[in-house]
Design a protein around this ligand. Structure first.
Ligand SMILES: C[S@@+](CC[C@H](N)C(=O)[O-])C[C@H]1O[C@@H](n2cnc3c(N)ncnc32)[C@H](O)[C@@H]1O
Length: 475
């Protein structure tokens, strides 16, 4: 790999003798990793064993392993795992939101940190995954669907717009900032083409704008995690030093627990000698099995009285004192009683259990489509979504048609009817073909499975399984 001369000179100056090992490490192959989805793996001990026996664990990650699982493995399709390089798995682990927190992943696509944060929250609280780029937000939304957590919504805002809509709303915010990507040079050599000596400073300006919005979105006693996949001090230590000046009530906290001793500390000398920077974290490829990453966790030094009243408003909505303002809202309303009746009839016929997050959700409709939207978000009827919570399905005139997202949010044991496909039927079904089962009688919705994993809805009628595998996933 040909590294820019300016890059080499910069790190020779910054790192001195260590630069030889650092620059040599960038010529090594990238380290691959993936992370299991605890929600889906919990009920499948044989699948857990498959991974535990064949792959070694990533020390600092929740559920992380070194290695690579092919993209068309059923475990990928069924949302059992997410491919993510090992160091990137430290960011959500550092944030480690408490159960029931309101969490925002501000720069979220394609969803590596989001899916890990969702796993940590384990269907409690609320997770907003926001992405500024519309196309990338769609990919993020697909990954959120695949992982199957019903308390996760996807939005598509610039950070300052979101801050106007949900000021001081979140307990935990992760800013995995767009950066100069030096830590990705091995994984994605194209990042080298974008790089110039001036690029880190340009990125710094954009990162500071994003961080100011993050402060406006954060509850007074909230936690902010900032990360980049670059080595550049301008984007790392300098930004945290600057952020502490903007928010003097905050301090950096160092990670605790096993695995973190393998990471290095940030460098105070690269951020105006601010001693707090020794509690920031660096992953260097010459000393850990992973790519380059920087991260810092900031918490409020002293408790501040929470003056905003969103929690009170939410409680009132839940208790029914205040109705969500449907008129100002872009598109959601309450479902009709006929739609609700269809949804209930569908549940009775098809499901043994409901997704866990539904207990803290409100059912809303958009035209005939029904969604379980996290109740806490009803305080802001102006909010537009790419995914407004768990997409349940369509309440049509005489029937309910479940959405793929509902299937992905449930374990195999939740379905009254399951059908296991052979390898050959599985390939046909993934193409979108209808399958014939002369021995199967009756009518109804089935969770269609391969290797025990639900991957699609199917509707059985006249000995034929109608194909509801989403058209955009067919191949
Ligand atoms: C490092 S990537 C995020 C990776 C993601 N957190 C993950 O783990 O999969 C940074 C993201 O920030 C987005 N972005 C770019 N410019 C932005 C801006 N001005 N404000 C907010 N986000 C921005 C990019 O589109 C990109 O998706």
């Amino acid at each position: 790999m040909k590294l820019p001369q300016d890059f080499q000179t910069k790190y020779q100056t910054l790192l001195g003798a260590e630069s030889t090992a650092f620059l040599a490490s960038l010529q090594e192959p990238a380290v691959k990793g993936f992370r299991l989805n605890p929600k889906k793996i919990a009920a499948q001990p044989e699948l857990q064993q498959r991974f535990q026996q064949n792959y070694s664990a990533i020390p600092w990650s929740h559920w992380g392993f070194y290695g690579q699982v092919p993209g068309d493995d059923i475990a990928q399709l069924a949302g059992d795992l997410y491919s993510q390089e090992p160091s990137a798995q430290a960011v959500a682990a550092l944030a480690n939101p408490a159960a029931n927190s309101r969490v925002l992943d501000l720069c979220a696509a394609p969803g590596g940190k989001t899916t890990q944060l969702a796993s940590i929250l384990n269907e409690t609280g609320l997770l907003v995954a926001n992405e500024i780029d519309r196309q990338r937000a769609k990919v993020l939304s697909e990954n959120v669907e695949r992982f199957g957590y019903s308390n996760t919504v996807v939005t598509n805002y610039a950070p300052d717009q979101l801050a106007q809509l949900l000021p001081h709303f979140f307990d935990v915010i992760v800013v995995d900032a767009p950066c100069s990507g030096e830590g990705m040079f091995r994984k994605d050599p194209q990042a080298i083409d974008y790089w110039s000596a001036a690029y880190p400073k340009q990125c710094q300006q954009r990162q500071r704008q994003i961080l100011l919005s993050a402060l406006a979105l954060l509850a007074p006693n909230g936690t902010l995690v900032y990360s980049t996949c670059t080595f550049a001090p301008e984007e790392d230590e300098e930004n945290i030093d600057w952020l502490l000046q903007q928010a003097p009530n905050f301090e950096v906290v160092a990670p605790t627990g096993s695995g973190w001793e393998l990471a290095a500390a940030g460098r105070p000398e690269w951020g105006h000698q601010n001693p707090q920077l020794s509690k920031t974290v660096r992953f260097w490829p010459q000393s850990v099995r992973g790519e380059g990453h920087f991260m810092a966790k900031l918490v409020a030094k002293s408790a501040v009285t929470n003056t905003h009243n969103t929690r009170q408003e939410t409680a009132e909505i839940v208790r029914g004192k205040q109705r969500p303002n449907h008129h100002k809202g872009r598109s959601t309303t309450g479902p009709t009683s006929a739609q609700l009746a269809q949804w209930q009839a569908f549940q009775q016929a098809t499901l043994k259990q409901l997704p866990a997050g539904l207990t803290t959700a409100t059912i809303v409709s958009r035209k005939e489509q029904l969604f379980a939207m996290p109740t806490a978000l009803l305080v802001q009827p102006q909010l537009r979504f790419v995914r407004r919570g768990l997409w349940l399905g369509a309440g049509l005139k005489n029937r309910f048609v479940p959405n793929h997202a509902l299937l992905m949010s449930l374990p195999r044991s939740a379905f009254k009817n399951v059908i296991d496909l052979t390898e050959s039927d599985y390939q046909h079904y993934r193409h979108g073909e209808t399958l014939s089962f002369p021995e199967m009688a009756g009518k109804g919705w089935y969770a269609v499975c391969y290797q025990q994993q639900p991957f699609s809805w199917g509707y059985l009628t006249n000995h034929t399984l109608k194909n509801f595998y989403p058209k955009n996933f067919r191949r």
